[in-house]
Design a protein around this ligand. Structure first.
Ligand SMILES: [Zn+2]
Length: 179
């Protein structure tokens, strides 16, 4: 496939009125394999991270969808023992799910906290982030707004072993709560 020539053809096609937006080298038509399709509808998700396009193949008329998702580059995670690990937002989410158990409205709460933590990681640690900093950020987010989830999260994160560990953390949390 001559990419330069394909681009040229696309440019010309997009200039022709009535064709609408003709995608260059879009994903092939699942029915006939043709590479040109026309976008007939575009929808963006509420959080502005994903776009879904409805397309129609210019050769056979088959209708299909393509999805475009925002891909963010996260920093490498540096573990306590110095090992490097690939960043995994699902791990943070899983930790939060455990902390919230079966509370109502849990999905939205978790997504809000997760988005806050992810944004902080990208802005403060663009290349590498120590794993304990991620834990601290999550605890900061939970501490004043979600005290019960905070204690559950802290018990795992800080390795609480006795009731006394809980009591000490609880006392400190009460002192820190806004009056
Ligand atoms: Zn087709």
């Amino acid at each position: 496939m001559d990419i330069g020539r394909t681009r040229k053809v696309c440019e010309i096609l997009t200039l022709i009125k009535g064709l609408g937006y003709v995608s260059c080298l879009s994903m092939k038509c699942p029915k006939c394999g043709h590479l040109y399709s026309k976008v007939t509808d575009t929808r963006i998700t509420a959080d502005m991270t994903s776009i879904r396009r409805r397309r129609v193949c210019l050769k056979c008329g088959h209708r299909f969808f393509t999805n475009e998702t925002l891909c963010v580059e996260y920093p490498v995670v540096i573990k306590r023992d110095g090992r490097k690990e690939e960043f995994d937002g699902e791990k943070i989410k899983a930790g939060l799910m455990k902390a919230f158990k079966k509370q109502s409205g849990i999905k939205e709460k978790i997504n809000n906290i997760l988005n806050g933590v992810l944004a902080e990681i990208i802005s403060k640690y663009p290349e590498k982030v120590p794993s304990e900093k991620i834990g601290d950020m999550i605890m900061d987010q939970l501490r004043t707004s979600e005290p019960v989830a905070y204690l559950r999260f802290a018990s795992v994160y800080k390795n609480f072993e006795t009731a006394k560990d809980f009591a000490l953390e609880f006392e400190q949390m009460l002192l820190d709560l806004p009056k």
